[in-house]
Design a protein around this ligand. Structure first.
Ligand SMILES: [Zn+2]
Length: 72
């Protein structure tokens, strides 16, 4: 009766670097995961901080009255 010699090592999870799309192994050793490198991590965090995190301020009554409604 044949038996499997040994259990295959667990395949690392492969993810796409959010910045450049490169395949990245999600491993304990990859401290930049899910990014492929520190550079990509910083790029993404920078973009997040500069663009995505900027939430337009809520419209104020002055803004709403600006052009869409005539002044009372
Ligand atoms: Zn990358």
């Amino acid at each position: 009766m044949q038996q499997v010699a040994r259990i295959r090592p667990t395949m690392p999870t492969i993810v796409d670097c959010p910045t450049c799309g490169k395949k990245v192994e999600w491993t304990e050793q990859n401290m930049f995961r899910p990014f492929c490198s520190e550079r990509c991590k910083k790029i993404d965090l920078g973009a997040w901080a500069e663009e995505k995190y900027v939430i337009p301020s809520a419209p104020t009554p002055d803004d709403l009255d600006d052009e869409s409604a005539p002044p009372q």
